[in-house]
Design a protein around this ligand. Structure first.
Ligand SMILES: Cc1cc2nc3c(=O)[nH]c(=O)nc-3n(C[C@H](O)[C@H](O)[C@H](O)COP(=O)(O)OP(=O)(O)OC[C@H]3O[C@@H](n4cnc5c(N)ncnc54)[C@H](O)[C@@H]3O)c2cc1C
Length: 378
């Protein structure tokens, strides 16, 4: 019989990071993906923007900073456990204002971040090319975040998956999980085209698809898909080293071999994988205004992915309010790559009953979305 301690639904960075940590702690784990593992995770820019992402106090910030700082050790660990180099690059991130309005918002973010970390630097327009020579001098100012690093996201997804397999996780790709098996209010397994699988705990880590899972029997996390399109451009030389992130959301992430990853559009409620001419045109226009050298580059490829976004933009992590044994871990929106290392570690502790970890994860509890009527049913 197909019986495990944990059944994980979703083979993106979140599902694989959790599966890896659970298997390392000695649990028997099965992981399912409806297609090849790692949907949104393969599309991501790979920025580890733990400072870039926050402009004011937010319960996620401390977790984001801690997760970002795990990457140097994780790189070595995953290289050993999977043989995959996640290409961690430590050149830092320039957050750039294009207009005076952007500059006011950016200077407020600068004050907020500087208060927590004196390494954050404000740059006047003429100072920007001194820090990144390929940048235009025609901006309205920038901040330099030297600690916001980056990785190659598809390699991180691959490394977590391989490390999970090497730690003993049974991976079932091209195997959509269909329904939840429930006995006396307790989740006991799932159904699939391979037949039923049984587990002590079932974890919904299906990213943008998590709200569509088990809808007839359990709480549906209010997570929507937010489609993002990207393009990569290869430069012959003069490649910048630092990630450049415009206040309007367009970014350029330099990868190995002079490949510049340019992202990303943002279309809520869309699972449509098509890459549009308008989307790519808008990205290229905005990116080349910041880094004129991009105009001479060669387009290598375009792609799209879907970010899982909860109503309040925070992850949704915790036990299902109605079904015992069912756990949810989704809604990492545009920071799933950044948050994946710590998510795996915290989930392993949470599932093993650690009260401190439960307290830490309380702001992300699925219960925060319950109506008063639903709360009375829990
Ligand atoms: C364009 C773009 C750029 C991004 N850039 C960054 C960035 O720079 N930095 C950052 O930190 N984050 C970034 N993100 C966000 C990041 O990619 C996501 O937050 C993260 O990948 C979510 O991981 P996940 O494992 O939850 O979801 P996914 O990687 O989407 O994995 C979910 C998996 O569940 C599977 N699944 C769905 N339904 C079922 C089912 N019924 N049965 C079995 N399997 C199922 C899917 O096939 C999928 O593989 C970006 C995202 C996009 C789209």
């Amino acid at each position: 019989m197909n019986t495990y301690d944990y059944l994980l639904v979703g083979g993106g960075v979140i599902g694989c990071s959790i599966a890896y940590r659970l298997a390392k702690s000695g649990a028997a784990v099965a992981l399912f993906d409806s297609e090849k593992a790692g949907k949104a995770s393969m599309a991501a820019g790979g920025m580890l923007g733990a400072q870039n992402e926050f402009e004011r106090e937010n319960p996620l910030m401390e977790i984001a900073l801690e997760s970002r700082d795990l990457f140097p050790v994780l790189r070595d660990e995953l290289l050993e456990e999977s043989g995959v180099d996640i290409e961690l690059r430590k050149a830092g991130l320039l957050k750039v204002a294009a207009t005076d309005e952007d500059r006011s918002a950016l200077s407020r973010q600068y004050e907020f971040l500087l208060d927590k970390d004196p390494s954050v630097v404000w740059l006047e327009p003429e100072e920007v090319p001194e820090v990144e020579p390929e940048m235009t001098a025609h901006t309205a100012g920038a901040i330099y975040l030297e600690k916001d690093t980056q990785v190659k996201a598809p390699l991180l997804a691959k490394a977590f998956l391989k490390a999970a397999v090497n730690a003993g996780v049974h991976v079932y790709e091209h195997t959509p999980v269909q329904n939840l098996l429930i006995q006396n209010g307790q989740a006991i397994g799932v159904t699939s085209k391979l037949g039923p699988f049984y587990g002590e705990r079932i974890i919904n880590a299906a990213g943008a698809w998590s709200a569509a899972l088990f809808t007839e029997t359990s709480f549906a996390p209010p997570v929507i898909p937010v489609k993002g399109e990207c393009v990569s451009v290869k430069l012959a030389d003069q490649a910048p080293a630092k990630t450049v992130f415009a206040v309007d959301g367009c970014y350029i992430v330099p990868k190995r071999n002079n490949e510049m990853l340019i992202g990303a559009t943002s279309t809520p409620y869309s699972f449509d994988p098509a890459v549009t001419a308008g989307g790519i045109r808008s990205l290229l226009n905005r990116a080349a205004r910041l880094l004129p050298v991009l105009d001479g580059g060669i387009i290598e490829r375009t792609w799209s992915g879907v970010r899982p976004q909860a109503a309040d933009h925070l992850p949704v992590i915790g036990f299902d309010p109605f079904i015992e044994g069912l756990c949810i871990c989704t809604g990492h929106y545009r920071n799933g790559i950044l948050l994946s290392p710590l998510t795996g570690l915290l989930m392993e502790k949470y599932l093993n009953g650690c009260p401190e970890t439960a307290a830490r994860l309380a702001p992300f509890s699925p219960g925060r979305f319950l109506t008063k009527k639903e709360e009375s049913l829990v």
